[in-house]
Design a binder for this molecule. Structure first.
Ligand SMILES: Nc1ncnc2c1ncn2[C@@H]1O[C@H](COP(=O)(O)OP(=O)(O)O)[C@@H](O)[C@H]1O
Ligand SMILES: [Mg+2]
Length: 248
């Protein structure tokens, strides 16, 4: 028997509370985030929109444990990143979080498949995530007919970013964090990348936070939050009716 689970009953994947970040440059303080509260539920595709400099990347780096907040907290599947030691934080980052950046950051000397395989060997947690069948399915989804052995320089920007996404999700992280994944791409390549993110969200219920300043990119998400000057501009908008999830 199966039952459907509504959004309100879903597990919280990312919760931030009063998240603030002040950068110090010499004696100058740069307030980048001024108190951001947000919740990303399991299976959500959450877009963060806003103009350059409003604090989007800072927010993503805090969620990913790459930066430590000045004030406030980040919880990933209930683990408060500020309350655990460095070793545990590193473990959360490796096992629960996948990153995709504007610059694809693939290793230039490895093939597409080599880049993905390396991530699997380094970060694989041996808990069933990143199993052989998942790897096959993700490579299939990647759809790089005959190009898996090509190096990044032999692929288009959209293809490289798809490889970077495959690499980021190969171990089935709880959350995929994408910072302007289409920022360096023309519209055709952007479409290719957004399609893959949507497929991952719909087929695997992959939870995603995607930063973008492009309204068209944001429109593929299930929810959208706008930022200005380090704050949340409006209430989070539901873009589509939340996707129902079926459990056994
Ligand atoms: N490492 C840093 N040192 C000092 N200021 C920074 C640093 N990173 C970002 N900032 C500043 O913080 C603010 C938010 O930046 P950022 O999070 O990169 O915004 P966005 O990603 O929306 O463009 C900007 O004013 C930016 O100049
Ligand atoms: Mg940015």
């Amino acid at each position: 028997m199966s039952k459907t689970i509504g959004m309100s009953q879903r597990k919280d994947i990312v919760v931030t509370e009063n998240l603030q970040m002040v950068y110090r440059v010499g004696k100058v303080e740069v307030p980048a985030l001024r108190g951001v509260d947000m919740t990303v539920k399991e299976g959500e595709f959450f877009a963060v929109m806003g103009p350059s400099g409003c604090g989007k990347s800072t927010l993503l780096h805090l969620i990913g444990g790459l930066l430590t907040p000045t004030t406030g907290s980040v919880k990933i599947e209930g683990v408060d990143l500020a309350k655990v030691g460095d070793a545990k934080r590193t473990e959360v980052r490796r096992k629960k979080i996948g990153f995709v950046f504007q610059r694809f950051n693939l290793l230039p000397t490895l093939s597409a498949e080599g880049n993905i395989e390396l991530a699997r060997r380094i970060h694989g947690n041996g808990q069933g995530r990143g199993s052989d069948s998942t790897v096959r399915e993700i490579l299939e989804m990647l759809g790089l007919e005959g190009k898996l052995h090509h190096r990044p320089s032999e692929l288009s920007g959209g293809e490289q970013q798809r490889v970077a996404i495959a690499r980021a999700v190969i171990n089935r992280p709880a959350i995929l964090l994408a910072d302007e994944p289409t920022g360096n791409l023309d519209s055709e390549n952007s479409q290719m990348v957004l399609q893959m993110l949507q497929d991952l969200n719909q087929r695997y219920k992959q939870s995603i936070v995607m930063i973008t300043h492009d309204p068209e990119a944001a429109s593929v998400a299930s929810r959208m939050m706008e930022m200005r000057d380090g704050r949340v501009l409006n209430r989070v908008k539901n873009l589509v009716y939340p996707i129902e999830q079926t459990t056994g």
